[in-house]
Write a new protein. Structure first.
Ligand code: HEM
Length: 128
């Protein structure tokens, strides 16, 4: 159960977040034709849906994992996943708390947070 959920979550996270490098590369070729803008609009929907599904799977994955496989690095990666997911939800569905959208964007799309998120996932799993 834990292993299947973990593999599926990783797969969803990879597909969902390839959005980021894809957009960095595509930005070099601006102005975009209509098809490209349409593609990224659709890809953003996949980014949102797959990240939300992956988040649920990751909770199952962690919950059913062996206690001795858990470590502080994986707890930090879980906290970062929660942080990124909440900021993403607030940004995508327009913050009901009246928070500044530009600030939310900054929180959610920080390269450093993204790099740390990857680091803690990889380092935490190599410890186990
Ligand atoms: C762990 C989960 C997630 C990670 C690691 C992540 C990562 C990222 C990154 C790195 C970007 C920057 C892309 C760019 O600069 O164009 C981004 C953009 C974005 N993400 Fe996420 N995200 C996650 C989950 C979510 C969720 C759950 C939502 C919404 C429910 C969401 C909504 C958005 C939106 C609206 C953008 C801006 C897209 C744009 O303007 O091009 N993200 N995300």
């Amino acid at each position: 159960m834990s292993e299947t959920a973990g593999i599926l979550a990783a797969l969803f996270f990879i597909i969902a977040n390839a959005y980021y490098p894809a957009k960095i590369i595509a930005k070099r070729y601006r102005p975009w034709p209509k098809e490209m803008s349409h593609f990224f609009k659709q890809y953003l929907k996949a980014h949102v849906t797959l990240n939300l599904l992956a988040f649920l799977l990751v909770i199952i994955h962690g919950h059913y994992s062996e206690a001795e496989e858990q470590n502080i690095l994986l707890y930090i990666s879980m906290a970062l996943t929660l942080w990124l997911t909440i900021a993403g939800i607030l940004m995508y569905y327009q913050s009901p708390l009246g928070m500044d959208k530009r600030r939310l964007r900054l929180i959610h799309t920080q390269q450093v947070v993204f790099a740390l998120w990857l680091f803690f996932i990889i380092a935490g799993h190599s410890l186990g």
